[in-house]
Design a protein. Structure first.
Length: 386
């Protein structure tokens, strides 16, 4: 009896073990199913959110691209030169140059494969033709375009010089180089030239090489410059322009006595950032600025030199300088506005109203000619008030 009960108990235990195991398996499966369902639900929800966000982003990008395209088209219209808005895109030419074009023959035979990269512009009169001839011959034709402003109206008498045929001649009686420059050297016309030499005619260039000069200017980062003046042979009006021996260039002068002292702390002309107007050299970008500063009624540009620092494209104490290694002679000859035969004015510089000749002095010397120095001095007073 005892044995029989023991056998039944063991049999019952064997039956319960599989039942408990099956219950745990089902519970585990239910748990896995719930987790999987939650994961799938989360994935579906997140996918929906991401898809919506991606769609919204695409819409925003599309709108942004559309606006960008509209802005680009608007810029293309707004940024085009005035008057060219309705022209086909490929036909618009914004700048020009002073290269002469042939009237006949194949263009390729005349086309200059290496156009001159710089411009020499001179205000000239026939009385200084020999000085001008020596000056122009110093500038290689392959590197420089030559433009002559004839203030005396004489053009044909220059034809005996071989370079005259390739030069640009502009004639207007009794006008200064600044009058010519304002009207014929617009920045868009001279945009292809790296440097513009806007010089007077009474300059000696025996010790000057333009290419070596430009090499120094470029190496030193000068935007506005001039060659130094031989202090012995030249009419020197400002000490800063005088040549310094054993020097490549200088940017400032020093004056420790008298009025208008200059030292290493000076930041304004004529101590620093200053060149004289008889032989300035401008970079392309500096000239674009200077051209806008030239007044239409400007004569000798007295006073303009004090404001050139605005166009130095940076710190004028560094971007404006005088080159000593390549220097010239300022002969100081009486030219435009100097008067009639045997009437030569004193060419001392004009710095203030007290240096101007009186109206009576003008009348006594030249009863029929307005004294250009007097008028130039009045313009200088205007610049000083700026």
């Amino acid at each position: 009896m005892v044995l029989h009960c023991s056998i039944r108990l063991q049999s019952t235990r064997r039956k319960r073990v599989p039942m408990l195991s099956d219950s745990k398996s089902r519970s585990c499966l239910y748990t896995l199913f719930i987790i999987a369902s939650l994961f799938c639900g989360a994935y579906f929800i997140s996918s929906t959110v991401i898809a919506k966000e991606y769609k919204d982003r695409l819409i925003r990008l599309g709108a942004s691209e559309t606006m960008r395209n509209k802005d680009s088209m608007r810029c293309k219209d707004d940024c085009r030169p005035s008057g060219s808005e309705h022209l086909p895109k490929g036909i618009v030419v914004e700048t020009s140059n002073l290269e002469m074009q042939p009237l006949w023959g194949p263009i390729k035979n005349y086309k200059n494969t290496t156009p001159a990269m710089n411009l020499l512009a001179l205000a000239v009169g026939i009385k200084q033709k020999e000085i001008v001839n020596r000056l122009v011959q110093k500038f290689p034709s392959k590197d420089f375009v030559v433009m002559l402003f004839h203030y005396d109206g004489v053009v044909d008498d220059w034809k005996n010089f071989t370079w005259s045929e390739r030069a640009i001649h502009v004639s207007a009686v009794n006008q200064t180089k600044w009058w010519f420059a304002k009207r014929f050297l617009h920045p868009d016309i001279v945009a292809e030239y790296g440097y513009i030499f806007l010089w007077d005619e009474d300059l000696g260039v025996e010790n000057f090489d333009p290419n070596r000069y430009l090499s120094i200017v470029q190496g030193e980062g000068l935007e506005i410059s001039q060659p130094a003046l031989d202090p012995v042979k030249s009419a020197v009006h400002q000490p800063i322009t005088a040549r310094r021996k054993r020097s490549k260039l200088h940017r400032r002068m020093y004056k420790f006595k008298g009025s208008g002292r200059c030292d290493e702390n000076s930041t304004a002309p004529p101590c620093v950032g200053w060149v004289e107007m008889m032989a300035p050299v401008f970079s392309r970008i500096a000239w674009r600025c200077v051209w806008h500063m030239i007044q239409n009624d400007l004569i000798h540009a007295w006073g303009l030199d004090m404001l050139l620092g605005y166009c130095a494209q940076g710190d004028r104490t560094q971007k404006v300088g005088v080159v000593d290694a390549e220097y010239i002679v300022h002969l100081g000859l009486p030219t435009l506005g100097a008067g009639l035969k045997n009437q030569v004015h004193d060419h001392k510089p004009v710095h203030s109203a007290k240096d101007l000749p009186s109206a009576g002095a003008v009348a006594s010397h030249e009863p029929h000619v307005v004294d250009s120095r007097f008028e130039g001095g009045l313009r200088m007073m205007c610049f000083k008030r700026m």
